[in-house]
Design a protein around this ligand. Sequence first.
Ligand code: SF4
Length: 397
Amino acid sequence: MRRALYIHIPFCLRRCTYCDFNTYVGLLPLRAAYVEALEREAVLWAERSPELQVATLYFGGGTPSLLSPDSVARLVNVARVRFALPADAEVTLEANPGTVAEQQLRALRQAGVNRLSLGVQSSHREELALLGRIHSWAEAVSAVAAARRAGFANLSLDLIFGLPGQSLSRWMETMERVLELEPEHLSLYALKLEPDTPLARRVAAGELPAPDPDLAADMYARAGELLQDAGFWQYEISNWARGRAPAPEIWAVPPAGQSEQISAWVAQHNLIYWRNTSWLGWGAGAYSWFQGRRWSNPAHPRAYIAAVKSGELQRVAEECIPSALEMGETLMMGLRLAEGVTTHRFRARFGLELSTQYGDALSHFVKLGLLSWDAERLRLTRAGRLLGNQVFAAFLP
Ligand code: SF4
């Protein structure tokens, strides 16, 4: 089984105005103790499950680029030595422009990181200020150039659309500028106003216009067209990889024999999540999904460090995932992918037919034009992509 390993780095220099992630400002002095705790957590996992192997490694945050390359190298090494992470495995690190210099990027490359995910978000000064980002567009451009010089051949850039007051033309300007940077991968996220964030409070107070969902849908569609013309394959609702799709029409059933072909630039780590396989999460607040159970670590870095020091991997909100929920989540995650959910993979995993388990819901959404189903493969249609949450809900118990 291909398992993903996620390591959470919960430190940021400043909190962005839209962010509700498990991250903290002002805790950088904890970094050394935190990395030690991560190494200790690895040992605890290895003692409990000595045969465990992982296929990919992802440093997410927070701002993982605030770790020293030496710390990253130590953690990559632990994954290789104790969990048989292959030498050519995808190792991703999230970085924010403004926190990465070329020398550091070279050291990260040497530490074994081979994929960089840069949080660019926008090319416009006012939008970056609205979002509370610490960097400018110029810093994003120089981070990309520095990453290339440091030897990163696999760069992913994150962007946010649907901002309060953002026009379609401003968004498309950002898209055009970002394409000039020639990334291998792009993640486009619609802004979600999370409760109790400064941005949500400003919108609630009437200080900023509420994001317009119809306009956001137009932005998504236009960006998709632009990316398709630019040679990108939309392999997931929010993710595009450079290269041709395995089928001429990405949401149609691909020709026989090409169905499982995956472009080199698809995020292998995230693919494991979307296929709902299994993952380990190390670090503060990180979730694990392992042997039919799901849980998270203590959320605060101090609580996490203390728990690991005590020699116990304390599990927060642990739940057993019954088969019906696992099936529903497998559909919910798999339908995010262009490949959809295949009959053979579902049958191999659950010993059941998709049509037996979900026949009524399948017919309903096929009639509404939100799902395509040819008995081999279940997929969201183009219309279904915009209403994915309604479809997903029908499969959850
Ligand atoms: S850099 Fe990322 S994790 Fe940190 S505050 Fe901003 S959005 Fe949140």
